[in-house]
Design a protein around this ligand. Structure first.
Ligand code: PNW
Length: 488
């Protein structure tokens, strides 16, 4: 009988890693302390408070800069084995360039890395999670091709200083988000030039990624060991109907969203997805541009990019339905016009506190299988998955979300053979959720923004996740977590 119960339990194999994630600007605070330079998010939230929910900014955020011991203790208690955090470029290089290194920046991340080591937690370090030094934005930021060289200089500083302590590196977090939303939309730096600057950004970022991967491979791996990847976000794009047109539209949407950054690195043929090349080239021509708005790689760059990874970092949150588009091409370009599909979600999918995020667990399995089939089943680490609900400790719906997404992940791994090595929840703590300020709470731990200490308190979901991380299995029922006098 016991064997049957154990058989039916959903367990991840020994060695599967559980973790939690954060990012520098979203939690650190101390925005102008001890030599840190200004980032584009500092500048943007200060100059355009009206664009952010409730005029908020992350000047203080969770004050994690001052709470290394406290935050690591919480992780230790949860029994997780990975902590994914990002390094603030302007905290290390106040002016963005490596001629001036801020010693306090190095000290802070050493303190964090040492504390993690003391507690047996493996760091997963993102070099860039959106907080570009403002001085580099003044040169055009990621739309300026030279930014790739400055990123290499910065990466070298990180590899030289932290290479002995960090074995799992990510170059970038979600280029699609910070290129499209930052240079083609409303995120910092507020480029609002979609269909043009976002492609320039993407091009520089892809080159920068490959240069840093080759630097790591040629100069650091032998000495320090370790692995390097890139984190891409992939919302599942499901065709809304079985019609050939909608099926093709959904595939186009996948190529424009994941393929834009994944195809050059993870595909057999390299370079941008053929459908993206074709559509943007044709539209640029029709709009009278002298050349394609999507830049071309040299053959050497295609080669340098192809295979520039040891693993894929995948962020997955939700699913969209896709129908064939019907837009007439406008004179002003945009990414959405180039892709030309209709994107929507079903009204009966469970809602969350993020307008864009509906609970659709089966999309996770489909995303992972699409990656498996298109990129030859790369080693994958889930670097983010999570959900925001209203403040409060009895977050049964968050438990529900995590549990259902983990079941879908389990099916992808054990029924379909997807090669996934770990799962990192976003986020450890409530934090500054970019344009939506502190209004969206993703944390396993609640942060009380009214208390002077920014007190952290575990939600029910923290208890659930602790159990999962410690046993490697999903509970047969999570009734245990539903009624608990501690949380009433
Ligand atoms: C991520 N989507 O961005 C970021 O990496 C985090 O910094 C952020 O806090 C988190 O998601 C929650 O919003 C995403 O459209 C942006 O599917 C967009 C999507 C997913 C993630």
């Amino acid at each position: 009988v016991l064997d049957n119960v154990l058989d039916s339990k959903v367990c991840f194999k020994n060695g599967f890693l559980f973790g939690v994630a954060t990012a520098s600007y979203q939690i650190e605070g101390a925005w102008n302390v001890s030599g840190k330079g200004e980032s584009i998010w500092d500048r943007y939230t200060h100059e355009h408070p009206e664009r952010v929910f409730d005029h908020q900014n992350a000047d203080t955020a969770d004050a994690s800069y001052y709470k290394v011991k406290e935050d690591v203790r919480v992780m230790k208690e949860m029994g997780i084995s990975l902590y994914r955090f990002s390094v603030s470029w302007p905290r290390i290089l106040p002016n963005g360039m490596s001629n001036e290194i801020n010693e306090d920046g190095l000290r802070y991340y050493h303190e964090l890395l040492d504390e993690l080591k003391l507690n047996g937690i493996t760091p997963v370090v993102t070099m860039y999670h959106w907080d570009l030094p403002q001085s580099l934005q003044d040169l055009g930021g990621w739309t300026n091709p030279i930014m790739a060289d400055y990123f290499v200089d910065y990466a070298r500083v990180l590899l030289e200083n932290f290479g002995e302590k960090v074995k799992i590196w990510l170059t970038f977090n979600e280029p699609l988000s910070f290129c499209h939303d930052g240079y083609g939309g409303d995120d910092a730096p507020g480029g609002r030039s979609s269909g043009f600057e976002d492609y320039l950004c993407g091009h520089t970022v892809l080159r920068a990624h490959a240069l840093v991967y080759r630097l790591f491979d040629n100069e650091f791996r032998r000495k320090n060991g370790g692995v390097m990847g890139i984190t891409l976000c992939f919302s599942w794009m499901e065709a809304a109907t079985t019609s050939a047109e909608d099926q093709a539209a959904a595939e186009t949407a996948r190529q424009f969203n994941l393929g834009w950054f994944a195809h050059p690195i993870f595909s057999e043929s390299g370079d941008y997805p053929p459908i993206m090349r074709k559509l943007v080239d044709a539209n640029s021509k029709r709009q009278g541009f002298p050349r394609s708005r999507l830049p071309y790689f040299t053959p050497q760059e295609v080669k340098m990019l192809k295979g520039s990874y040891d693993f894929l970092g995948l962020n997955h949150y939700t699913t969209y339905l896709i129908k064939q588009g019907s837009r007439k091409l406008k004179a002003t370009p945009s990414f959405l016009d180039d892709m030309n599909v209709k994107v929507f979600q079903r009204d009966d999918w469970p809602k969350t506190n993020s307008t864009w995020l509906k609970v659709v667990p089966w999309g996770f399995r489909k995303s992972l299988n699409w990656v498996r089939l298109n990129y030859n089943n790369p080693k994958t680490l889930i670097t983010e998955n999570g959900v925001a609900f209203e403040a409060g400790l009895r977050d049964i719906r968050r438990i529900n979300y995590i549990d259902s997404y983990l079941r879908s992940l389990h099916d992808a791994m054990f029924k379909d053979g997807c090669f996934v090595v770990g799962y990192i929840y976003w986020s450890l703590l409530d934090n500054f959720e970019w344009m939506r300020g502190f209004s969206e709470r993703f944390g396993l731990y609640e942060v009380d923004y009214k208390s002077p200490n920014l007190t952290r308190t575990p939600r029910l979901s923290a208890k659930y996740f602790t159990n999962v991380a410690k046993t490697g299995c999903l509970p047969n029922s999570y009734a245990d977590y539903t009624y608990n006098s501690d949380y009433s």
